[in-house]
Design a protein around this ligand. Structure first.
Ligand code: C2E
Ligand code: CA
Ligand code: CA
Ligand code: CA
Length: 273
C-alpha cells in the first residue's frame, strides 16, 4: 500500500515528475554516451602530507552530454548502476587508464579506480584486471580499487571474494568514504584492505568541529593499528592538511593540492604547497 501511495504521489507532484524525466534522459543519454565520445576521465593526485609528492592519482569519470550538458558522476553513476551502462563505461575507463599509463606524467604512479557496490554482482573485476595487467605487462601495484562499505553490506561474499582475488594479484584495495556506512568494523579484520579513505564530510569541519577532529584521529589510529594506510579526501585548506599531517595521515587528496584534471593538464606545476 505504501508503494502505491508513493507512486501516485509521484505522478501528481510536478517536482518529482521533473526529477523522473531527468533520470529518464540520463538513462537514455548514457546508452549513447560512449559512442558519442561524451565520456572522459580526469585524474586527481594523492600526495604525501609533508612534501606533497604525488604518489598516485584517482581516476574520476566525466560526462559531457550533448543534450544535458555536464552531468556530475554523483548524479549519473547511481542511474548508470541500474542499467548495464556502468559496466561498459568502467570497461572503457580501464582501457583509457591503461593508455594513459604510458604517458610520462602517469608512469610509475598508482591509479585508483572506483567500483560501485552493485558491480561486484554483475562482473568479475578481479579477472578483468588480471587479463588487462597481463596483456599490457603492467605492475598490479599500479592499480588500487576503491569500494565503499556499502558494497560489503549489499553482498559481502561476492565483494570479499573479488577483493581477495585482487589482493592475490597484487592490486591494492581501498575502502572509500570510510565512516559513512553502516557496516561492522569486523570486516576490516577479515578483508584484504590496504587503505582507508576518510570521507570528505569528516575533513570539511576539522577546524571548527571537535567531534570531527576526534573521529578523524580515531580512524587514523584504528587504521594504523590494523596495519592499514589512511588517505584523507576533500582537503581544501592548509589548516586541514596540517592537522592531518600532525595526526600521521599517510596521504592527502583535495583541491588544496589539485582539482581532478584531464591527462593533458597534469603537469609538474599542479601541486601547490
Ligand atoms: P568519490 O569517490 O568520493 O570521489 C571524490 C569526489 O570528491 C570527486 O567528485 C572529487 O572531484 C571530489 N573532490 C576532490 N577533492 C575535493 C575537495 O577538496 N573538495 C570537494 N568539495 N570535493 C573534492 P566527483 O568527481 O564529482 O565524483 C563524485 C563521485 O562519483 C565519486 O565520489 C564516486 O563515488 C563517483 N565516481 C566518479 N567516477 C567514478 C567511476 O569511474 N566509477 C564509479 N563507480 N564511481 C565514480
Ligand atoms: Ca573514490
Ligand atoms: Ca602502497
Ligand atoms: Ca567520498
Amino acid at each position: 500500500a505504501k508503494e502505491q501511495g508513493r507512486g501516485r504521489y509521484a505522478f501528481f507532484d510536478p517536482q518529482i515528475n521533473a526529477r523522473n524525466q531527468r533520470i529518464m534522459k540520463i538513462k537514455a543519454g548514457l546508452g549513447q554516451a560512449l559512442v558519442r565520445d561524451e565520456i572522459s576521465v580526469v585524474y586527481q593526485p594523492r600526495v604525501t602530507p609533508d612534501t606533497a609528492v604525488v604518489v598516485g592519482y584517482e581516476a574520476l569519470l566525466r560526462w559531457h552530454s550533448g543534450e544535458l550538458g555536464a552531468v556530475s558522476p554523483a548524479e549519473f553513476i547511481p542511474v548508470a548502476e541500474s542499467t548495464d551502462a556502468l559496466d561498459q563505461i568502467t570497461d572503457w575507463l580501464l582501457r583509457q587508464v591503461v593508455r594513459d599509463l604510458s604517458s610520462e606524467v602517469l608512469s610509475g604512479k598508482q591509479i585508483s579506480i572506483n567500483l560501485s557496490p552493485r558491480q561486484f554482482q554483475t562482473g568479475n573485476w578481479a579477472e578483468m584486471l588480471r587479463t588487462t595487467i597481463e596483456q599490457h605487462h603492467l605492475l598490479p601495484e599500479q592499480f588500487c580499487i576503491e569500494v565503499t562499505e556499502s558494497a560489503l553490506v549489499e553482498d559481502f561474499n561476492a565483494t570479499a571474494h573479488q577483493l581477495e582475488e585482487m589482493q592475490a594479484l597484487g592490486v591494492e584495495v581501498a575502502i572509500d568514504d570510510f565512516g559513512t556506512g553502516y557496516s561492522s568494523l569486523e570486516y576490516l579484520k577479515r578483508l584484504p584492505i590496504d587503505y582507508l579513505k576518510i570521507d570528505r564530510s569528516f575533513v570539511r569541519d576539522i577546524e571548527t568541529d571537535a567531534d570531527d577532529r576526534v573521529i578523524v584521529e580515531t580512524i587514523i589510529v584504528l587504521a594504523h593499528s590494523l596495519g592499514l594506510q589512511v588517505v584523507a579526501e576533500g582537503v581544501e585548506t592548509r589548516a586541514q592538511a596540517d592537522f592531518l599531517q600532525a595526526r600521521g595521515c599517510d596521504e592527502l587528496q583535495g583541491y588544496l593540492f589539485s582539482a581532478p584534471r584531464p591527462l593533458s593538464e597534469l603537469g609538474l606545476q599542479q601541486v601547490k604547497m
